[in-house]
Design a protein around this ligand. Structure first.
Ligand code: PMP
Length: 397
């Protein structure tokens, strides 16, 4: 089929949930992907912070292949060896004592919301049903996670939504304190707001939220779906702030492209989930576990986090130079290799022009260019990306 035929068939048969670019991706390797016409792109989107080890990383491919040939079973009625090993490795490398595996970020956040409520039901007062979340947050597209998401545009037309969510401005401790009542069981937030426009809170904010939660005896739940698993140069973004949540959710980069999500929690909180309280058929399946284990081991053993910090600093310098050159750049922000460039103009034309020139980037919140490349990229990849971006920005009126 020609590219045009494929796109026509795609539009005919797939539900119209996505505004896709007229490109059919066929292959990926490292920081690069190729389309059906053989055109090469530097991929600075990476599935929106998913393929952090680069496309088709050999260690991940080999682990999936090996597992597929050994056991491709889906059942939580029995113990699964790679699941045990992966959970142990996550526990060794995080604040958490226990892990629940699922298949996506939204499913992880659903699990976290259920765990928080169930914990409140068992160990706090049963009327503590409410979670305070942040304006401009994003937590997924299921009913409970759009209810948790502090952006009305994701909720329109989908009501009635689950109750019990209250929204406060991100990075505003006083507003959060005001919102907490005897009905609150926890606070759910992203350490850095991804979809909200790569918004990094003030230095002490997360620590102060932690202190507030401790003072009120409520749970701190971190959604690290976008910024966890190495994206900010540490395995988890909250490590920058030296805080420990009670519950954390992960997905995206965890499987480097293989669908995989998780809820991590302390022993005390996790104890609210007992047999029969929560489940997921595909969650923790051997293939996903083999992929996740290979991702984590590669990330920890092969200098990926160090590279992320080093290249993140280098890329930020490149973006700062562009800020000096183009007056429509308002701010550069982010951490490690999640960087945002806020513009005073809409970003769509720059995204399209970059794509024509062989660089994939993404725009969130209409005017924030978001860069979330594979963490294994090199300085020459950054030089090339900054050069393409410079040329695309130079075309703007
Ligand atoms: N939480 C955050 C912070 C996210 O960025 C996303 C996805 N953009 C999700 C949750 C939802 O993840 P998924 O699409 O895997 O359900």
């Amino acid at each position: 089929m020609t590219t045009e035929e494929l796109i026509a068939l795609s539009e005919k048969t797939l539900m119209g949930t996505y505004r896709r670019f007229p490109v059919v991706l066929t292959r990926g390797e490292g920081v690069r992907v190729w389309d059906s016409n053989g055109k090469e792109y530097l991929d600075f989107v990476a599935g929106i912070a998913v393929c952090s080890l680069g496309h088709s990383h050999p260690a991940v491919v080999a682990a999936i292949k090996r597992q597929a040939e050994t056991l491709m079973h889906v059942s939580n009625l029995y113990h699964i060896e790679p699941q045990i090993h992966f959970a142990s490795r996550l526990v060794e490398n995080s604040f958490a004592d226990k892990v629940f595996f699922c298949n996506s970020g939204a499913e992880a956040n659903e699990g976290a919301i259920k765990l928080a409520r169930r914990y409140a039901f068992e160990h706090m007062a049963p009327e503590r049903r409410e979670l305070v979340t942040m304006k401009d947050s994003f937590h997924g597209r299921t009913l409970a996670t759009i209810a948790a998401t502090g952006q009305n545009k994701f909720q329109v037309g989908f009501g009635p939504l689950p109750e019990g969510f209250k929204y406060v401005p991100f990075n505003d401790l006083a507003a959060l304190e005001d919102a907490l009542t005897e009905r609150t069981c926890g606070v759910l937030l992203e350490p850095i707001q991804g979809e909200g426009g790569v918004r990094v809170p003030d230095k002490d904010y997360l620590r102060q939220v932690r202190e507030l939660c401790d003072e009120k005896g409520i749970l701190m739940i971190l959604d690290e779906v976008q910024v966890g698993m190495g994206r900010t140069g540490y395995l988890f973004a909250h490590e920058h702030d030296s805080v420990k949540p009670d519950i954390m959710t992960l997905a995206k980069a965890m499987g480097n492209g293989f669908p995989l999500g998780a809820v991590l929690a302390t022993e005390k909180v996790a104890s609210a989930f007992v047999p029969g309280t929560h489940a997921s058929t595909f969650g923790g399946n051997p293939l996903a576990m083999a992929a996740g284990l290979a991702v984590l081991d590669t990330m920890l053993r092969q200098g990926v986090l160090e590279n992320c910090r080093r290249q993140g600093a280098c890329f930020r310098e490149g973006l700062k130079k562009l800020k000096g050159k183009y007056s429509f750049v308002k701010e550069i922000r982010g951490r490690g290799l999640i960087l945002g460039m806020e513009l005073t103009i809409q970003g769509g034309d720059i995204v399209r022009s970059c794509m024509e020139k062989g660089l994939l980037i993404n725009c969130t919140n209409e005017n924030v260019l978001r860069f979330v490349p594979p963490l294994i990229l090199s300085e020459s990849d950054i030089d090339r990306a900054v050069d393409i971006l410079d040329r695309a920005m130079g075309e703007m009126p």
